[in-house]
Design a protein around this ligand. Structure first.
Ligand SMILES: [Zn+2]
Length: 240
């Protein structure tokens, strides 16, 4: 027997939804990911709840790619996720399948002003070429393993996406301190490429500073002479 279809495209919200969250029967307003045909929600027992094709009995649906879509939807509908090493983090502005630099992450979001990329693993792990881009570009990125979750209840899939840690892998991650040191390196690079104008300005500032130091130095020397009762003598007394 084919795997029961538990995830379908909801025509009204234009989102992938789970059978657990669907209206019963044809009122579910859902279509199949594979053949686009109308689906009927068969509900009653949580364990066997599923979507059934209205007439196209030969279609097996595509439970894995529908799960991939649902995983993205869960990320988009939420703003907190638990990740290895750092625990629960908040993210904002999640967006699916947006071209970013050289890649198109499953979901792109922001964490404290930095980008974070989510990759969902259902049938294919992230390929080495994409992984190398993430590392080279120093992009905070996480792979979420959802293999086999197409059979699970919605609450369990949601837990795997947002709360479970053991199924997640940091592909690349810069914590704040590391990020700071990256910016410092950038600054150093900028300093080595300063323009001639900046160089002249620096020299002028240096000259003024130098004059200032000499004046302070002279004042201190004079002050000392004053204290040593040479105070009524001419200013250039010491040069005689
Ligand atoms: Zn179908």
């Amino acid at each position: 027997m084919n795997e029961p279809i538990k995830i379908a495209y909801h025509l009204i919200s234009k989102k992938y939804i789970h059978i657990d969250n669907a209206e019963n029967g044809l009122a579910c307003n859902c279509i199949c990911k594979e053949c686009n045909e109308r689906l009927e929600a068969i509900q009653g027992n949580e364990r066997i709840n599923h979507f059934r094709h209205h007439s196209n009995i030969n279609c097996k649906g595509s439970p894995e790619s529908a799960l991939h879509e649902l995983g993205k939807q869960i990320l988009i509908d939420n703003k907190e996720i638990s990740i290895p090493k750092y625990g629960k983090i908040s993210y904002s502005d999640p967006i699916a399948e947006k071209q970013f630099k050289l890649i198109r992450p499953d979901v792109l979001a922001k964490v404290e002003g930095f980008y974070i990329l989510f990759e969902i693993y259902v049938t294919h792990a992230i390929d080495t070429e994409k992984e190398q881009v993430l590392i080279d570009e120093k992009l905070n990125s996480i792979e979420i393993d959802l293999r086999g979750a197409e059979k699970l209840k919605y609450s369990e899939i949601k837990r795997l996406v947002l709360d479970e840690i053991s199924n997640k892998r940091l592909i690349f991650w810069n914590n704040k301190d590391e990020t700071k040191s990256v910016s410092t390196n950038n600054l150093k690079e900028q300093e080595t490429t300063i323009s001639t104008g900046e160089m002249i300005a620096k020299v002028i500032i240096g000259v003024f500073l130098g004059i200032g130091v000499i004046k302070v130095w002279k004042y201190l020397i004079n002050g000392k002479y004053k204290k040593k009762k040479y105070y009524k003598k001419p200013r250039n007394y010491r040069f005689k």
